[in-house]
Design a protein around this ligand. Structure first.
Ligand code: PMP
Length: 338
């Protein structure tokens, strides 16, 4: 279907793209799912729309109401675009680490962006979350979205992302790899793939080395939309309700440098420009694929595009200044090679 009657209908339905060069030498087929093809530019459009529709259906969000969320980017963008289309106001509480591009995108949809300190512990009265909860409680007609604890978040992926992968691989998928933020993507997609394959599909959570999910001390954690994994996250010690730990067969812990190398390799050898968390997922997937056979099919979900990371992961000066290595020699041809 290539014609939609509204932007909301254009959410979901992203393709699978087979990796050839980046997966060279590996036995299984490896496909990526580029979620930036959603209208807001990330996987979070799916959850945003589902959470909003659920709130409308149960009467929490009424005409003229205000959508309030604490987010560092992509979820807010999905909410803001859906709210703009449906006539709601949006107020987003976000940290200064959120890129200017993402804040500007939120404002472009008419959302009000309130900058707050992202590094105050979640239960503290001044935390991003506490401020969002308080604002929503004090504002008539406001609805606090709460993506970390909202069952409509994983449900969106159970209903859409999982079935798409199953249909597009014609049931051949054997391994699904995704990052774990709120856990919505991996829980909903993974649960669907397990249900429909009678448990055959293996679900792999890719996470930064020191993240608590991957068994680390929680000192580093992916911050949605922040662009990298270098900061401790206030909420890293919280296990979200939207994460169904029972669905994840294995966690693969990924070093920042390996994630950076993977995402740059993808751009230079496949022509696919993906974002920071996509690098984490891809690095984990390539590691898993190395032990698999030609009968396996690996699907890797890439949450957002590299467009928001051109001044970081794809910028040699930024990499060097932050203690990372620039392009690895194997990344691609050099001018004059023949
Ligand atoms: N990567 C990016 C770029 C994201 O915005 C998010 C959303 N937090 C994730 C990964 C993780 O997705 P989820 O919240 O569904 O676990």
């Amino acid at each position: 279907m290539a014609r939609y009657e509204s932007v909301l209908d254009a959410i979901g339905g992203t393709p699978l793209i087979r990796l050839t060069r980046a997966a060279a030498g590996l036995r299984p087929r490896v496909y990526v799912k580029p979620e930036w093809q959603n209208p807001g530019g990330s996987v979070k459009d799916r959850a945003a729309l589902a959470m909003l529709r659920r709130a409308e259906a149960d009467g929490t969000l009424r005409p003229g109401g205000t959508v309030v969320e604490v987010t560092s980017g992509n979820t807010g963008i999905g909410l803001a675009l859906a709210a703009a289309h449906l006539g709601y106001c949006t107020v987003v509480f976000t940290g200064s680490a959120t890129s200017k591009e993402k804040r500007d995108q939120l404002a472009a949809y008419g959302a009000e962006v309130r900058l707050v300190d992202a590094f105050v512990p979640r239960d503290h009265p001044d935390s991003m979350r506490s401020q969002g909860v308080k604002f929503a409680a004090e504002t008539p007609g406001a609805w606090f979205v709460d993506q970390y604890d909202n069952p409509a978040n994983p449900a969106a992926h159970y209903a859409t992302t999982g079935p798409e992968i199953w249909a597009d691989t014609e049931g051949a998928v054997t391994h699904f790899v995704a990052t774990v933020g709120t856990g919505g993507t991996i829980s909903g997609t993974g649960r669907h793939l397990k249900d429909i394959s009678a448990g055959r599909v293996q679900v792999i959570g890719a996470d930064p080395l020191t993240s608590k999910y991957a068994g680390g001390d929680g000192s580093q954690k992916y911050i949605e939309g922040a662009g990298h994994y270098l900061h401790p996250e206030a909420a890293a010690d919280v296990w979200p309700l939207s994460l169904d730990t029972g669905v994840i067969d294995e966690y693969v812990a990924v070093e920042d440098q390996d994630a950076i190398d993977a995402v740059r390799l993808l751009a230079r050898t496949e022509g696919i420009l993906a974002g920071g968390s996509a690098g984490v997922a891809l690095a984990a997937a390539l590691r898993v694929a190395a032990d698999l056979t030609a009968d396996d099919t690996v699907v890797v979900l890439l949450p957002d595009s590299g467009r928001a990371y051109l001044s970081t992961y794809f910028n040699d000066a930024w990499l060097t200044a932050n203690g990372f290595r620039g392009p690895a020699p194997a990344e691609g041809p050099t001018v004059g090679d023949h």
